[in-house]
Design a protein. Structure first.
Length: 64
C-alpha cells in the first residue's frame, strides 16, 4: 500500500502535464553556498564521525 502512494507521487510529478507554465526557480549564490556546505559536512562527518560522536556522547551524559 505504501509503494502505491509513493508511485502515485512520482506519476504526478513526472508523467502528467503541468497545470500552469511557471518559470523554473533561479539558483542563486545562497542556494549554491548552502548546498556546498551541506555536501562538505556530509562527506566529512561520514568519513570522520568520531569528533561529532564524542560531542554527542558528552552532551547525552550531561543530560542524564
Amino acid at each position: 500500500a505504501a509503494a502505491f502512494y509513493y508511485l502515485r507521487v512520482v506519476v504526478y510529478m513526472f508523467m502528467r502535464e503541468p497545470q500552469s507554465e511557471q518559470p523554473a526557480l533561479s539558483h542563486g549564490r545562497l542556494l549554491w553556498g548552502g548546498l556546498i556546505v551541506a555536501t562538505i559536512l556530509t562527506v566529512a562527518l561520514g568519513l570522520i564521525p568520531g569528533p561529532l560522536l564524542d560531542i554527542v556522547r558528552d552532551a547525552a551524559g550531561a543530560i542524564g
